[in-house]
Ligand binder design. Structure first.
Ligand SMILES: Cc1cc2nc3c(=O)[nH]c(=O)nc-3n(C[C@H](O)[C@H](O)[C@H](O)COP(=O)(O)OP(=O)(O)OC[C@H]3O[C@@H](n4cnc5c(N)ncnc54)[C@H](O)[C@@H]3O)c2cc1C
Length: 301
């Protein structure tokens, strides 16, 4: 992963990459790795650090999509559970089993969530991380002493995955480079190249030296997440926005907030959100909110 030797590959004027990927988040890095391992030539450009965007600021859950189960999207849950199992299998150093508790305060919630989560386990087939069970309030309080005991009718324990998003990204970069991909950060895509009206590559600026370079490609993939419209504007200035950004806030609290290795999941807050409180490096990550924003920022406040 020597920057100079990777950059020197860009200066071959006759080189046409099969793919240029814009954006070094989870999506772009996954695409670059997939393309490289299928034998395609691929260059990926990230304008900042890898996973500078959303991909280092997640709730760190590799979940099978419990919330999609509630929405009845069975196909999506199946796919997510399979991906969760594959990630756990391929990257056991980054993905671990995390126990969750749903505290229930209404009589029907215990049986309702137990049925849903047993279904969730069954859908994971051989890739399930552990069995879901319904427990009484006493055991729920023993598991997480900080929960409100008053009015609790039951608790439901289930398993899901937790991962380190930034480290997974760095592993993806290294594996993609091993497979022959040309992956560079601090390379800002500043415009698109066109031939006969069709996109034929990108112009990138090295943010360390200021050097600008044109790269030809058969396909250009826009994996810039919430910034996707900026790239679409380079193609067709004045294009109508396709992305409505929204912002999620996590609170990082001391581990004493939970006093447990078990995470809490609240399926529906009073304003309709799914809320997690998850142990993470001797802290607890609580979140998230979901607020529509007018524009996206690389340093959201
Ligand atoms: C609050 C919150 C919590 C979440 N929690 C989870 C979770 O627990 N588990 C889960 O699986 N998912 C979670 N998600 C979703 C997940 O984080 C995102 O789906 C994922 O990170 C999106 O990755 P991406 O690569 O598409 O975008 P990004 O990570 O935003 O990557 C886009 C990249 O493009 C780069 N870029 C932009 N413009 C240019 C340019 N011109 N040239 C070069 N590079 C450029 C940016 O710098 C950025 O690094 C969460 C999302 C949010 C908002």
């Amino acid at each position: 992963m020597k920057r100079e030797s990777i950059i020197s590959q860009l200066y071959d004027k006759d080189k046409i990459f099969d793919f240029v990927v814009i954006g070094g988040g989870a999506t772009g890095l996954g695409v670059a790795l997939d393309a490289a391992t299928r034998g395609y030539s691929v260059a990926l450009f990230e304008r900042s650090d890898f996973t500078k965007g959303t991909s280092s600021r997640s709730t760190k859950l590799v979940h099978g999509g419990v919330r999609y189960l509630a929405q009845g999207d069975i196909a999506l849950v199946r796919e997510a559970l399979r991906e969760r199992g594959l990630l756990r299998h391929n990257a056991p150093h980054l993905v671990k089993d995390q126990l969750f508790l749903i505290p229930c305060y209404r009589w029907w919630e215990g049986p309702f969530y137990t049925i849903g989560l047993v279904l969730y386990d069954l859908m994971a087939r051989g890739l399930s991380l552990g069995r879901s069970v319904c427990i009484g309030p006493k055991r729920a309080i023993r598991t997480i002493p900080m929960l409100r005991r008053e009015g609790m009718t039951a608790g439901v324990l289930y398993h899901d995955g937790q991962f380190d998003d930034s480290r997974l990204a760095i592993n993806l970069v290294r594996t993609a480079v091993d497979a022959g991909a040309c992956v560079l950060n601090y390379m800002n895509v500043i415009s698109l190249l066109k031939e006969e009206g069709k996109i034929s590559g990108v112009q990138v600026r090295d943010e360390e030296t200021g050097a600008v370079c044109s790269i030809q490609a058969r396909s250009v993939i826009n994996a810039t997440g919430v910034f996707a419209d900026d790239i679409l504007q380079m193609d067709k200035p004045g294009n109508r926005p396709t992305v409505r950004p929204s912002q999620g806030v996590h609170l990082i609290l001391d581990a004493s907030f939970l006093k447990s290795d078990c995470a809490v999941m609240i399926p529906k807050t009073s304003d309709g959100r799914v809320l997690f409180a998850v142990p993470w490096h001797n802290k607890v990550v609580v979140g998230t909110t979901d607020t529509l924003m007018e524009s996206a920022d690389t340093e959201p406040v």
